[in-house]
Design a protein around this ligand. Structure first.
Ligand code: CTP
Length: 409
């Protein structure tokens, strides 16, 4: 039995990046030998085991063949005769298809090291096409390593285009897709993920609502970049530069979907796009089964981002409605994330990346003013039930009016 480190751990060590997960491949062994050594099997599907002490994954060398559509449609063959080279050739990218023994001797039959040096994401073999999720993986790696100068090889982009056109992407489960999307959004340059998906035609299949934003103009006075798709990418870029959490990045990606529905004769204006976009945001949220906090924030940002930009002009009653919609009294963090998404939207415009955003502090101040209304004195006055609710609202409105006056003085 020979054991090798494979995949991301080898790649990232050679790139000088921190290695977190280590995957191992075992050549020349069978299931019984692994069990006898105390390894614990992982599920029934693949010959993968967990190390009894480290908990790291050890997979028997295997070959794979696609036998049907979707992720379930695989047959694999694992036996002590399967060689390391046979195991590596079924993998996605050359830079992920290197193995290393315990002396750090590299096995690199598909020239992963050469591609690492040339900064190229290149598929190993036509077997790439056997798992359509790899289209998203390549786009994610492009987003992660763009800062190092990596790009997708033209022939790999071609294969990704074929896969996107074949209808295979539609067979991906929400869970697998979301895992890639959420990881990609958290990379340093998540806009590259979307760009690569668009270039190979996968965006049109996976998120037609986002794809539709490209080519849609906005008024140049507010949007020097004009194109709504370009703007969306810039907003995402700003969100990453400002280290925003996943919720904010997801909301940034979806905030303007309504603009894709504006009739051409109304261009470049997009009246009520905040409202028209909601059903699209809901659909994308549900399609990928995004976590609840991501879903909620995307819908709220979609609906209220223009309110955020106009914060200083809003009437006290509108400010109150905004704060109530966010349930800012119980969910202060969510309101902070809304403010952050609005700020990213304001900065994600050509030449305006460094602008100040006084709306942020103004909205925080309004939330503080509304939150400062004490309930106890109202209880003491004898208010109960719905009347108490109305009384709290009245007091909050008063507090917001006073806040507005003090701010404009
Ligand atoms: N792999 C593959 N096709 C997939 C998933 C994984 O070929 N759809 C192979 C690649 O060789 C990959 C390895 O399995 O390097 C381990 O996969 P995973 O842990 O998902 O990714 P890493 O490459 O380790 O990358 P990351 O840093 O993103 O975890």
């Amino acid at each position: 039995m020979r054991i090798y480190k494979v995949g991301g751990a080898v790649r990232d060590r050679l790139l000088g990046k921190p290695v977190t997960d280590i995957d191992w491949v075992v050549v020349g062994a069978n299931t019984e030998e692994m069990l006898a050594k105390g390894f614990r099997p992982v599920g029934a599907d693949f010959p993968v085991f967990l190390h009894p002490k480290s908990g790291e994954e050890y997979a028997l060398a295997r070959t794979e063949r696609k036998s049907g559509r979707g992720y379930g449609g695989f047959t694999f063959h694992a036996s002590p005769e399967v060689t390391l080279e046979e195991d590596l050739i079924r993998r996605d990218l050359t830079i992920n298809a290197m193995a290393e023994d315990d002396q750090q001797n590299l096995t690199d039959p598909y020239h992963g090291q050469r591609d690492l040096e040339a900064r190229v994401l290149r598929h190993v073999s036509p077997a790439f096409a056997e798992d359509p999720l790899r289209v998203l993986r390549v786009a994610r790696f492009a987003a992660r390593y763009a800062g190092l100068g990596f790009t997708v090889a033209p022939e790999t982009m071609g294969l990704m285009r074929q896969l996107s056109e074949s209808g295979e992407l539609e067979a991906l489960t929400a869970e697998r897709s979301w895992k890639e999307i959420s990881r990609a959004l958290m990379e340093d340059q998540p806009q590259i993920f979307i760009e690569v998906l668009r270039e190979c035609g996968a965006l049109k299949v996976l998120m037609p609502e986002v794809d539709a934003l490209f080519g849609v103009p906005q008024p140049e006075a507010h949007h020097p970049e004009i194109d709504t798709g370009v703007h969306t990418l810039s907003v995402l870029e700003q969100a990453a530069l400002h280290k925003q959490p996943l919720t904010v990045r997801w909301a940034c990606l979806l905030h303007d979907l309504g603009k894709g529905l504006t009739p051409q004769e109304e261009w470049p204006r997009h009246i009520a796009h905040e409202h028209t976009g909601l059903k699209l945001i809901k659909a994308v949220n549900e399609q990928f089964k995004a976590p609840k906090d991501c879903q909620e924030l995307a819908l709220l940002v979609g609906q209220y981002h223009t309110h955020g930009h106009r914060a200083l002009e809003l009437k006290a009653s509108t400010l109150l409605e905004l704060l109530q919609s966010f349930d800012v009294y119980r969910r202060p963090q969510r309101f902070e994330e809304f403010i952050a998404a609005c700020e990213m939207d304001a900065r994600g415009r050509k030449g305006l990346e460094q602008r100040s955003y006084p709306q942020a502090d103004y909205l925080r101040g309004a939330a503080t003013a509304a939150r400062s209304v004490a309930v106890q004195p109202l209880l003491e006055k004898g208010f109960k039930g719905p009347e108490l609710g109305e009384a709290i609202k009245r007091e909050r409105l008063k507090a917001l009016k006073a806040y507005k006056e003090a701010e404009s003085a």
